[in-house]
Design a protein around this ligand. Structure first.
Ligand code: SF4
Length: 226
């Protein structure tokens, strides 16, 4: 009879994420707009929206240990943390990151394209989920089953690129009874629809959605890391 030789246990793998940037700014969107917020921008996105303003997050980035990311976030001393991208959910460890941030007492929000499953996200996280309009060029990527798992503190975001996009978005809001599920945000696509145009349409229709402009762009323009 031969006796098996005990093998040393494999070293525990450290959780890592590919990060484009971590920075402190003001939240420019959603119901948390205006709060000092630490942004954790994860690298990579499987979509290519025509209006994307974070193309610099598609490639590159640096692998960082989860513990180091948490320490960096904490060093800024802000209560609000926004996990964004790119598409943060494209990296599985993102789920662990958000849970750890919640455990640390942070108010955590997630900005996601709406193309990936959001059901495994920690329930303490406010999920801001895009609905991609026809004008985005990525309408076919909408994962409509996400709508069945919305919580009242989640938010749905439409970026409106034209009057056709606006009409399409209104029909989606009505068809899926979205305003009864959570807050719905309508934003004008930069340089495609003026804020005034979109605001007029919403007021004219008494649409129960929240108009929003990107506060950080008014303050700092297109600067990365702001
Ligand atoms: S989902 Fe977001 S990050 Fe990805 S291409 Fe669209 S706008 Fe850019």
């Amino acid at each position: 009879m031969t006796s098996a030789v005990a093998q040393p246990a494999p070293a525990a793998r450290t959780s890592r994420l590919k990060i484009t940037e971590i920075f402190l700014s003001l939240q420019g969107e959603s119901s948390t707009a205006g709060w000092p917020t630490v942004f954790v921008r994860l690298t990579g996105c499987p979509l290519r929206c025509v209006y994307c303003d974070t193309e610099y997050a598609f490639y590159g980035g640096q692998w960082r240990d989860l513990e180091a990311i948490l320490a960096t976030v904490d060093s800024y001393g802000a209560r609000h943390v926004c996990v964004t991208g790119g598409e943060p959910l494209a990296q599985k460890t993102c789920l662990e990151l958000m849970t750890r941030l919640c455990d640390a007492g942070k108010q955590v929000s997630l900005e996601t394209s709406g193309a990936l499953d959001v059901t495994a996200v920690d329930p303490r996280v406010m999920r801001v989920i895009d609905i991609k309009t026809p004008g985005s060029g990525e309408q076919s990527r909408n994962l409509w089953s996400n709508l069945d798992h919305l919580r009242p503190h989640d938010e749905l975001k439409f970026v409106i690129c034209s009057r056709e996009d606006y009409d399409w978005s209104c029909s989606m809001v009505a068809q899926h009874e979205l305003t009864q599920r959570c807050s719905v945000l309508f934003s004008p696509s930069h340089r495609q629809v003026t804020p005034r145009q979109l605001a007029d349409w919403i007021v004219e229709d008494r649409l129960p959605v929240r108009f929003q402009m990107q506060l950080h762009k008014q303050l700092w323009g297109e600067e990365a890391g702001r």
